[in-house]
Design a protein around this ligand. Structure first.
Ligand code: AMP
Ligand code: MN
Ligand code: MN
Ligand code: MN
Length: 289
């Protein structure tokens, strides 16, 4: 199998190892059914699903890249940095991710306390019922429980009313630094990608600072076509990729059936004038026999 700029690459999604609803095996099957040819699993702050995902991908005839989505604090906001094509057994990467995950338990208890203060009892225990990996309790698990318990109609409503800045279940948190996250990815031989840049609420100056700092620390790529971007977001970040000399990535950010807007493999192609990140990662890809 040879890769091309038009390969159906889906390089961003989540399994039950973080806040997705499917096992790595179920995702591999879904990816094949969705027409994906090159796939990466990018769980939040965790690579525990990568080996199983690779094995399942190769069984389904898909090419595969290791992946992760690291939570980073930058200019008072959370930025997600995707890593691709690294050695998922690299000790410094594993230690950095473990340290990043460590804050999640105490944060979750504080979130539950905030919800209890507005009359919603038992949120921590409720969220835990939705967790596939106890080390990775996330806002998504709280959101699923709040819907199940009848407090909201759907997950987006939970985020609007309870889990975003200034709302009762939101707890500010210090995640990894940009330089540490990039050092872990690069130390393990991978390429770093700024995930879904249109989702951040930076001022123009802060956004330029993010891209400059990312480049200064050796960051090489940005997501242009993602489930989190509208067509106009993609057009804008295609220009930004060219302006900053970055490779471009493409990924659905699929989480769970019925919850995610974008199915694995269903995104439009990257604009033709961009350099796809996967063409620079061809020697890091596991190919089916
Ligand atoms: P956490 O890492 O615990 O802060 O959770 C972040 C996750 O929550 C993201 O990766 C998304 O899966 C989900 N999320 C964030 N904002 C929203 C939103 N407005 N609607 C639905 N899901 C969201
Ligand atoms: Mn998520
Ligand atoms: Mn993200
Ligand atoms: Mn994601």
């Amino acid at each position: 199998m040879t890769l091309s700029p038009l390969t159906n690459a889906d390089l961003h999604c989540h399994s039950v190892v973080s806040d997705g609803g499917c096992t790595p095996e179920e995702l591999a099957l879904r990816a094949r059914e969705g027409g994906v040819q090159l796939w990466a699993l990018t769980d939040h702050d965790e690579v525990g699903g990568v080996a199983a995902a690779r094995q399942a991908a190769l069984q389904q005839g898909l090419a595969f890249l290791s992946g992760v989505e690291i939570s980073v604090s930058f200019a008072g906001q959370v930025v997600h940095i995707v890593g691709l094509g690294f050695d998922e057994t690299h000790p410094a990467l594993l230690q950095g991710l473990a340290d990043t995950r460590d804050g999640r338990g105490p944060r979750a208890r504080e979130m539950a306390a905030g919800l209890a203060a507005v009359g919603i009892q038992g949120a921590y225990e409720g969220a835990l019922q939705h967790v596939g990996n106890p080390a990775l309790i996330s806002r998504t698990h709280f959101a699923r429980w709040l819907v199940e318990a009848g407090h909201c109609r759907d997950v987006p409503e939970v985020f609007r009313r309870f889990l975003t800045e200034g709302k009762p279940g939101f707890v500010p948190h210090r995640w990894a630094s940009l330089s540490d996250a990039l050092a872990w990815i690069h130390g393990a031989g991978g390429v770093a990608v700024i995930a879904h840049p249109a989702r951040y609420k930076f001022t123009p100056n802060e956004e330029v600072a993010l891209f400059n700092d990312f480049k200064a620390h050796g960051g090489q790529a940005v997501e242009v076509v993602t489930g989190s971007h509208s067509a106009s977001d993609a057009a804008r970040y295609a220009e930004v990729a060219l302006e900053f000399g970055l490779l471009a990535s493409r990924g659905s950010d699929f989480h769970a059936p019925g919850e995610s807007r974008t199915e694995l493999g269903s995104l439009p192609d990257l604009p033709g004038r961009l350099q796809p990140v996967w063409m620079a990662l061809q020697d890091r890809v596991s190919y089916p026999s």
